[in-house]
Design a protein around this ligand. Structure first.
Ligand code: NAP
Ligand code: GFB
Length: 321
């Protein structure tokens, strides 16, 4: 980005990824003194509400927006609330994109997810395949709302020349995650539940599902660095996958074993196959990212897990539960 003063509004700033971006911005503050960063939560504005969104933009007059705010959840939360995920995220996304257009925001970077890709597909999945068929039934509400971001970005670009783009992260984990067991993703759920099992002195812990599904997990701090690169150096409306390499894909069972080791749970893990597995795999190619950043180093999964577990242990009383 050029040197003139910028005001970067981060919606969803209080969440897992928002907090990681805030941490990285703090670390690099000296480098970008012409940037003012504003991290907001739903307490600052309910972005489902157009008027509150408008007031937020009037207050901060952002020149750039990183749009993270969304109704977000794991497999079980999505399965139980597909309509809410659809309506809330359609409303939030339309309010942010249209208000950004009305205020002449120079660039908006929004967030899709590798879980919105077609359920029946060839692998690895890449950015060109987002709309090539229906998503997995477990989270169709969230998926269609997210896909409409990409459609909207292209419409704003075609009709008004807006630089509205999006990134497609794989599954994310790290400090400041959501540990509420009704809505959380698998990694924070297992961290919290294994921590509780240790406190109770349990000798076994039951992981939901077969443990066989495969996932690519990116550490939130790595994703934050990539988000900043997209904001400053990526100038296309086409989405870009931000994921670890395909070889780094692990099974839920392997992830559970890494959590077990990191948190030092001495008991045995068992698997409750009466619980749903969700998507078996959603292997994404990060070839496009690698063509721009061939040498980007992802944090080793075990090291990132140790940091995430330690953060939870140090902050379990204040963590989002
Ligand atoms: P998160 O930890 O659940 O945080 C969600 C954020 O959105 C919070 O800051 C929340 O504010 C805000 N928010 C929710 N509803 C809002 C509303 N109506 N008005 C204003 N703010 C609202 O989410 P995350 O995991 O950081 O995800 C951030 C983005 O990445 C989302 O767009 C998500 O779809 C995407 N993504 C996440 C993953 C993942 O594995 N986590 C993977 C791929 C893509 P409060 O704190 O006030 O509730
Ligand atoms: O992170 P997760 O809930 O979502 O992972 P997805 C679900 C997988 O982990 C399933 C297993 O195979 C579950 O059976 N699992 C085991 C658990 N124990 C647990 C547990 O205690 N809690 C949870 N949540 N899972 C989501 C999408 O899919 O990916 C969302 O539904 C979102 O829309 C997210 O995009 C990134 O990876 O299956």
């Amino acid at each position: 980005m050029s040197a003139e003063n910028k005001v970067i509004l981060v919606t969803g700033g209080s969440g897992l990824i928002g907090k990681a971006i805030e941490e990285v911005v703090k670390q690099e503050k000296q480098a970008y003194e012409n940037e003012t960063w504003i991290f907001i939560s739903s307490k600052d504005a309910d972005l489902c509400n157009k008027e509150q969104t408008q007031k937020l933009f009037e207050k901060h007059k952002p020149t750039h927006v990183i749009h993270l705010a969304a109704m977000v959840g794991g497999l079980f939360h999505n399965m139980a609330h597909n309509l809410d995920f659809l309506r809330n995220n359609l409303a939030i996304n339309d309010n942010i994109l249209h208000t950004s257009f009305e205020f002449g925001v120079k660039k908006v970077v929004s967030c899709l997810s590798t879980c919105i890709f077609p359920d029946k597909t060839t692998y690895p999945i890449d950015e060109t395949m987002v709309h090539n068929g229906p998503p997995h039934p477990s989270n169709f509400g969230y998926s269609y709302a997210k896909r409409m971001i990409d459609v909207s970005n292209k419409a704003y670009h075609e009709q008004h020349g807006c630089m509205f783009t999006s990134v497609i992260p794989c599954n994310v984990f790290g400090p400041h995650d959501n540990y509420n067991l009704q809505s959380s993703h698998v990694i924070p759920a297992l961290i919290r539940k294994m921590s509780d099992a240790i406190e109770r002195g349990d000798e076994t812990y039951t992981v939901f599902g077969s443990g066989k599904p495969l996932r690519q997990f990116i550490y939130s701090m790595d994703l934050a660095k990539l988000f900043l690169w997209v904001l400053r150096e990526y100038h296309s409306v086409e989405p870009i996958v931000l994921s670890v390499d395909e070889v780094d894909e692990v099974s839920i069972a392997e992830a559970a074993e890494v959590i077990k080791k990191s948190i030092n749970f001495k008991g045995d893990l068992s698997y409750d196959t009466s619980k749903p597995d969700g998507q078996y795999k959603k292997t994404a190619s990060n070839k496009k990212l690698r063509s721009h950043l061939p040498n980007f180093q992802f944090t080793k999964f075990e090291d990132a897990m140790k940091e995430s577990v330690q953060w939870y242990i140090d902050n379990k009383d204040s963590a989002r539960k």
